[in-house]
Design a protein around this ligand. Sequence first.
Ligand SMILES: Nc1ncnc2c1ncn2[C@@H]1O[C@H](COP(=O)(O)OP(=O)(O)O)[C@@H](O)[C@H]1O
Ligand SMILES: [Mg+2]
Length: 382
Amino acid sequence: MTAASQGAVGDLAEDVRSAHILVATGSGGVGKTTTAAAIGLAAARAGRRTLVLTIDPARRLAQAMGLDGLDDAPRRVEVPDLPEGGELWAMMLDMQTTFDRLIDRHATSEENAAAIKANRIYRTMSGSLAGTQEYMAMERLHELHDADEWDLLVVDTPPTRSALDFLDAPRRMSSFMEGRLLQLLIRPGMAAGKGVGRFVGAGASAFMRVAGRVTGMDLIEDIGDFFRNFEGMYEGFKQRADQVLALLREPTSRFVVVTSPEPPPLREAKFFLERLEKEGLHAAGIVVNQIRPELPRDPTDAQIDRAITAQTEDRDGQAVAGALRLLIDVRNVAARQRRDVSAALYGVSVPARLHVPLLAGDVNDLAGLDRIATALTTGEGR
Ligand SMILES: Nc1ncnc2c1ncn2[C@@H]1O[C@H](COP(=O)(O)OP(=O)(O)O)[C@@H](O)[C@H]1O
Ligand SMILES: [Mg+2]
């Protein structure tokens, strides 16, 4: 393998110009939200009407994008000097609103929808269920895609423990909605006929008795109502999950896998790329974000060592020697990061592998986003 094929190759310029959906994913804290915003800005600069669906922007980035309110509506971001047709819009995902709309769509009647939305179990569980945030991000994406108002939707993903959770969300959600085990516990009658069913049923009534004593009968009734009201909706949820996956499988939907140059997120990024391939999903590329810029190897370490030895023992000489040692250190860290990246991504084949330099400060204004956008679309960071 050549040095070039191990290092950074390609860029996201073509994806920014032609994709309809770009999803930024990766481990927590690596720069997904920042990358999604920068891609959005790049696309607006390329003359496309772009919406960034963001999840958890840092406060100052949210302000820079005009997202002070927490409502679920797209907001136009003021960007100077955009070409004809280029627009940047941003919105923050509001899970509860999205979940409520989902209930409205799939409920068997208006009364049914109202009953679910007023249910205490629904109100407390809908925000905290495992995978809900991921599922709602997908659900909102589907709605926005159907609305057909945007050339490009850029999707940020939640700060999940594992980037893989995002792909599992639709399936996990629909299997939760099927809720077979919980139904058995709450409606023992459903399992009648089978020995196992009778056993679960007996266990369930004991469960109900104990739970009723501890938490009050109201809560038990709420749980029962919740699952009764959800009946008839499971199929809709599952179909929706399948539609979202089909949408994500289209060739114009692509994933941008973001990582930092440290081995754990790099490993996760590699797993994620393998998983994309298995699922028939398309990778736009991998972005190694926050990598230290590579410094020239001239002068060599040996030359610098000689210069250090040649310094005088006085204060000035020692200060110069210290600065020279620092140069060697910084250069070694940058080189080590590149070795880690090459080792972790050995054998991984993606259309683009990009390095985005670690900037001196947080990225929370348009100028910072423009710098990241340039690195993403020109590959300058390599
Ligand atoms: N290339 C970069 N240089 C400097 N700071 C960065 C860079 N990319 C991201 N950051 C900063 O790192 C922090 C985490 O980034 P964020 O995009 O919120 O990560 P994630 O969404 O993956 O959790 C933010 O404060 C952001 O400004
Ligand atoms: Mg984020």
